[in-house]
Design a protein around this ligand. Structure first.
Ligand code: PDD
Length: 284
């Protein structure tokens, strides 16, 4: 049985409880992070903590503890659950209070939960060799997608629409341009240039995105941060996604149209390799 962290305690998962009045449960008034683990070490920890602090600040919440204390909990959970490859989920909610739309008093204790998910073979995922297929769906999420809230019903619906269509994921489209995947950032490659949507309130500022774009620049690859259309994506040489749980993953089909050769392309393969190598080296 897994050991999970709840508000200062390490507990067997069946004894870990939060209040029915928790604002995360009642209002999705909570933010989260998902961080990967490779070789028993934590990938891109600083980036995830920085984004957590930013998400909390945007919602008028403080960090529940120092980055060092958060790292200790991540490491403790990795050790207690013997995670070699997998994910660590972290959620901070505004805490439990009688149901009221207005925020409770600022001194209401936050709810802090962390748990691990073992994912053997995460780095060696077979899909990296075969690529994934996506459909497009309208982006019907709220307007502050740069805040990593637990308000994930529409992405869940998107994942189910993809499943029903016999594909792996959905790319969301707004005002004629692709925003991102249901739980990942979206990219295309055309004539050697990597194109991915610019940062703004319309997408989550991916930690993997930031690292991958930096590695691409270091490797002298051309990068354009701008909106792109679905038609542009279907006519691209390559497409791929990034996230903490997939790293860099090729996309080979969009709405039934093969991208490029219909096989994973060299740019995605190279970026995946660089990302995994560099992340393992920098892991804590
Ligand atoms: N999702 N865009 C969205 C909407 C996301 O939910 C995610 C991450 C990303 C990629 O961000 P990062 O590179 O920091 O993981 C982009 C996580 C993995 C999840 O919800 O499980």
């Amino acid at each position: 049985m897994r050991t999970v962290y709840v508000n200062g305690d390490y507990l067997p998962e069946d004894q870990a409880k939060v209040s029915v009045f928790d604002r995360g449960f009642l209002f999705a008034d909570a933010v989260y992070e998902v961080t990967s683990v490779l070789d028993g070490k934590i990938i891109a920890f600083d980036g995830h903590v920085e984004r957590l602090a930013r998400s909390l600040a945007e919602l008028g919440m403080d960090m529940p503890m120092s980055p060092e204390a958060l790292l200790d909990i991540h490491r403790e959970l990795v050790a207690r659950n013997a995670i070699d490859e997998g994910l660590i989920y972290l959620q901070v909610s505004r805490g439990a209070a009688d149901r009221d739309f207005a925020y409770p008093a600022a001194d209401t204790p936050q709810t802090v939960v962390l748990f691990t998910q073992a994912k053997a073979g995460l780095a060696d995922a077979p899909m990296a060799k075969t690529g994934m297929k996506v459909i497009s769906i309208p982006d019907r999420r709220w307007g502050r997608r740069d805040i990593k809230t637990v308000q994930l019903l529409y992405p869940s619906m998107g994942k189910m629409l993809a499943k029903d269509a016999g594909v792996h994921d959905a790319w969301m489209v707004e005002d004629g341009a692709v925003t991102e995947g249901t739980s990942n950032n979206a990219y295309i490659v055309k004539d050697g240039t990597i194109i991915t949507r610019h940062l703004g309130e319309e997408i989550l500022h991916g930690i993997t995105r930031k690292a991958v774009l930096a590695y691409a620049a270091e490797a002298q690859m051309k990068v354009e941060e701008r909106a792109f259309t679905l038609a542009e994506a279907q006519a691209a040489d390559e497409a791929f996604i990034t996230s903490a749980s997939t790293f860099v993953m090729p996309v080979v089909e969009i709405d039934g149209v093969p991208v490029g050769s219909g096989e994973p392309g060299p740019v995605a393969a190279r970026l995946r390799e660089i990302y995994l190598d560099e992340s393992r080296k920098a892991a804590v």
